[in-house]
Design a protein around this ligand. Sequence first.
Ligand code: ZN
Length: 372
Amino acid sequence: MLNVNLSRTDRLFRVARPVLSARIERRPSTATSDGRVLVTRARRFVVVLSILSLTFAAPLATPVNATTLPTWAITVNVKMAQSTVDDQGGLVYALSRVSTQFDTINHRFNDTGRFKGIVNFRETSFAVYSDMASNEKDQPHPDSQLQLIYDENQDTGGGWFGGASQTIVHDWDVADGGLFGPNATDGLVHEFGHSREATDEYALNVDATKNPIDGKAYQEPYSIMVYPYGVRTWSDYSVGLINQAADKVNPAGPALASGDFPAQLQVKVVNSDGRPLSKAKIALYPVAWFTYSVAPTPTVSGSTNGAGLYKLSTNPFQPGSKGSPWDMKYCNFRVKVTSGAKTGYAWMPLTQVGAKYFSNPNSTYTLTVRTG
Ligand SMILES: [Zn+2]
């Protein structure tokens, strides 16, 4: 709801570099979707404190082979709720902690040495607001590629908001270390990974109780896009996507991931001795994002040729599905093969198929399934 506490809402500070003089910036009132006018946003007082520029002087995380790599400068408009600034002990402390956190986040990308550029998320402005995060989240930020909102009382839910928003809303329990604690920073690294087109890899997981085909669970190997807390590694799939995104943002889509598939996908069926089996039946049971469930009905079925291969004629992940996460309907499959009385099962997760693409875009991805 609209915050009408004018004694606070008129105190909206905005610190920008490299402007050295204080000025007052006036903006027109902003109409909400239901026609009300947010009078709280009518005036913005811009105050520039030269001393604060010192807090932005964090060194850039630099890998050893930096001289051969381009720098990917990705500009970020930072906003913080006035109440959160207060909880941090004031603006100077807040700015300093933000700067340190940015430095850590850049290190989490660059220290791995896995990227084709030096990632440099860079604060280009810092604004303090006194309305709600929901009012700030979708504000245009034409002077920066991304927006990061710190708000301990956010009303939007935390995390990455893609599309036109290109915004991360950051909130964290004080009991768990607060906004700048280790877990909060680890979580932010994950969200910045989304800003570089990495996907939620934990969404591929399956609970054993939600797999009606053979009752087995699926767990992605730990990496930052699976579980960021205390984890310092990026999956091959995420590395490929982040390298592809480089220093670009993608507000209009489609998601890069939806275009990153090998030229051909196929299933190979072998017996327990490794010998290819012809005329084996194939069924692909899909896993939709964030459902942690295998669907009971296959979306693809067929049988192997004389070489024990079944080439998929369409992409089972169904890229181009607008409205689905990362523009794909499915993110994983339980593959069942049947040859006579024998059966076999295997997972076909997006992360493995996509990693194959990044190793060679013209390659063939082969899922080998062994019968019992
Ligand atoms: Zn995520």
